[in-house]
Design a protein around this ligand. Structure first.
Ligand SMILES: [Zn+2]
Length: 255
């Protein structure tokens, strides 16, 4: 106890606490997801540089204490995502990336791949326009990093390879494709199963496997809506509660 921990970190959430403090949820490369209190954060711009906002990125110095919260001693904002806040669609997409990272991950389980994914995704969003294809690739690759990737090649029932075709059943509860033999007759198809078109399946595989920068450029066309809905249903199986940023993005889409 008592030793300080230094970690590169991204601010996933920041809320005011009491008269002068802020409580932040950080994703740290070296510490994983942690919640910390920044005492006097709203008075001391010296220690925190005004960076304790959503999308803040830099070097965090943390001191452990008994209980849930760490103490954030300082936060040196070395790199940020300065263009995110300038565009409402980028804010919505960035908030979604952060909220998904926060809600899907357990505390204190550092994973450099997940940290790298979020850092890269926010960087791509910062540098370019807000594109749903980046969100789809991030969802799939985050699930993969957590060991929750959907089974897009093999049947979740029997493990047999499901040949690409015009459409297959995908059971969101079981997390993957179900072959014709395992699906049985139409009467026995699980209510959580839905039809996944061959084109949407191929797009999902590409988004799961391609580097984020390439996956972001993919045009989903007619598969965009069905793939988004399928991934939302799949994520709902793993999330403790609905994400607020999903409503924000839906409002932008329809507004
Ligand atoms: Zn099967």
């Amino acid at each position: 106890m008592g030793a300080r921990t230094v970690s590169e970190a991204i601010v996933l959430r920041a809320v005011d606490y009491g008269e002068a403090d802020r409580v932040v949820t950080l994703l740290g490369r070296e510490v994983g997801k942690v919640s910390a209190i920044a005492r006097g954060a709203r008075r001391s711009r010296k220690r925190f540089g005004g960076a304790l906002e959503l999308f803040g990125a830099g070097q965090a110095v943390l001191a452990p204490r008994r209980g849930e919260l760490w103490v954030l001693e300082s936060f040196d904002a070395r790199r940020g995502f300065p263009h995110l806040a300038l565009d409402v669609a980028k804010v919505a997409h960035g908030a979604y990336l952060c909220e998904l990272s926060r809600e899907l991950q357990p505390e204190h389980e550092p994973d450099p791949r997940i940290y790298g994914l979020l850092e890269e995704a926010l960087g791509l969003l910062d540098a370019g326009e807000a594109r749903p294809s980046l969100l789809r690739a991030f969802e799939l690759q985050l699930l993969d990093a957590l060991g929750l990737a959907p089974s897009l090649a093999r049947c979740v029932g029997c493990g047999a390879e499901v040949a690409p075709g015009e459409g297959e059943l995908f059971d969101v509860r079981r997390g993957g494709l179900v072959c014709a033999a395992c699906a049985g007759g139409a009467a026995s198809v699980a209510p959580t199963a839905r039809l996944l078109s061959g084109g949407a399946r191929a797009a999902l595989v590409a988004a799961l496997e391609a580097p984020l920068a390439e996956a972001r450029a993919v045009e989903w066309g007619a598969h965009a809506g069905p793939a988004r809905d399928l991934l939302q249903a799949l994520l709902a199986e793993h999330l403790p509660r609905p994400l607020r940023s999903v409503d924000f993005i839906a409002k932008l889409r329809h507004g």
